[in-house]
Ligand binder design. Structure first.
Ligand SMILES: [Zn+2]
Length: 389
């Protein structure tokens, strides 16, 4: 019987070539956000052969997508062990139609005319290969659940609209970060959007300019006084969109400004949002204008303790495949935020993709294979931890 911190048996059954082929097959399936039907069709074919039963939810009806989130369940050899889920998203940020992979010096790229789709087909391929390895190795294990979301790239939309009653497990992992395999992300930010409407007074520059109060100038003065960028080590704020104005001959009557704040601290998030509102309010009022502000929650933060069984299992599993685990935090948002908010406790793991969302996207074969190996080792180590072996 395998003991903690010995080499993983299941990981030895992960076959590098088979995983690479599987990844390329998956990456070539076109599935940009809201158009994931072909990916779902592929999984409907493959997952039952690996012993999974499948359920789809109706999340896509909320945003005119082709298909809902997929929740797939596989019994373990030992049902006394709590189920463990692995999650990722089925969509890619752009189409991968016509993808021509290029492998150079152990790194997989596209030919530069499309994205590679390593974000996050690499995780999906690794999960499928790891399940195959678990079966072939014959190691005992608990139930496994796959939670595969749609429309993630547009802002975690599939996860936000997921029917969480369909998921049976409570704890899991999401491989979806650019750190090399071994990266364990314990902390993610709170995030809110802010919409500021600045009202001045519209007028024609030649006919009634004296009645005008230019909302663009009000907004500019307010923004120049606003603290933005890195507010402190755990808080960032950005203005991303400004809309307003109709004609060059018209003094602009109103402007809308959209921004976003992220922080590991809910209190600091709220304080920064308040600051942005107040600065604009005071500036506009001083100059005879008005301001309307609305704030919309994007997602909540999460924090997994260093002593948590998820963290401990991930560290041990990494060592069991001879990879050094390292604990980090991120101000990036992920499905991890939304799943945690909905009672599915999970953390994000690195799988080593690079330059995602660009045509230079790539992943090393080493990271791809280690993702498969770590997934298998996690399933094995989860069993060991819960059986107290
Ligand atoms: Zn991703």
């Amino acid at each position: 019987m395998l003991k903690t911190n010995q080499l993983s048996t299941a990981a030895e059954y992960v076959k590098a070539e088979r995983l690479q082929e599987l990844f390329l097959e998956l990456a070539k399936i076109n599935g940009p956000s809201t158009k994931e039907q072909l990916v779902a069709d592929y999984l409907k074919e493959v997952l039952p052969k690996l012993g999974f039963s499948l359920k789809f939810d109706e999340a896509h009806n909320q945003f005119d997508g082709e298909v809902g989130n997929l929740i797939a369940w596989r019994e373990g050899t030992d049902s006394s062990v709590p189920p463990l889920f692995f999650s990722t998203h089925m969509d890619t940020v752009l189409p991968t139609e016509g993808l021509k992979p290029v492998i150079k010096d152990g790194v997989i790229h596209s030919d530069g005319t499309t994205i590679l789709g390593a974000d996050d087909r690499a995780a999906l391929a690794a999960y499928l290969e790891a399940i195959q390895a678990i079966i072939e190795s014959g190691v005992p294990h608990g139930p496994i659940e796959l939670i595969l979301t749609v429309n993630e790239q547009k802002g975690l939309v599939g996860a936000v609209h997921m029917d969480y009653s369909k998921a049976k497990s409570k704890m899991g992992y999401i491989f979806d970060s650019s750190g090399d395999v071994g990266q364990i992300i314990l902390k993610g930010p709170y995030s809110s959007r802010i919409l500021i409407e600045v009202q001045g007074n519209a007028a024609h520059i030649a006919l009634n300019a004296e009645e005008g109060n230019n909302a663009i100038l009000l907004a500019a003065e307010g923004l120049s006084k606003m603290r933005l960028g890195e507010i402190d080590k755990e808080t960032i704020a950005n203005i991303g969109i400004i809309n307003g104005g109709e004609l060059t001959s018209i003094i602009t009557g109103s402007v809308t400004i959209r921004g976003e704040v992220r922080s590991f601290s809910k209190e600091k998030l709220d304080r920064q949002l308040k600051h942005m509102e107040e600065v604009m309010q005071q500036t506009a009022e001083k100059n005879g204008g008005k301001v309307n502000v609305s704030v919309e929650k994007k997602y909540l933060g999460f924090e997994i303790a260093k002593e948590d069984v998820l963290t401990k299992t991930a560290e041990a599993a990494a060592r069991n495949i001879k990879v050094n685990p390292y604990l980090t935090e991120t101000l990036g948002g992920a499905d991890t935020n939304v799943l945690n908010e909905n009672g599915l406790t999970c953390l994000t793991l690195g799988l080593g993709f690079r330059n995602i969302h660009t045509f230079r996207e790539c992943i090393s074969i080493e990271n791809l294979v280690n993702t498969g190996r770590l997934t298998a080792a996690l399933i094995e180590q989860w069993y060991i931890n819960h059986k107290g072996l």
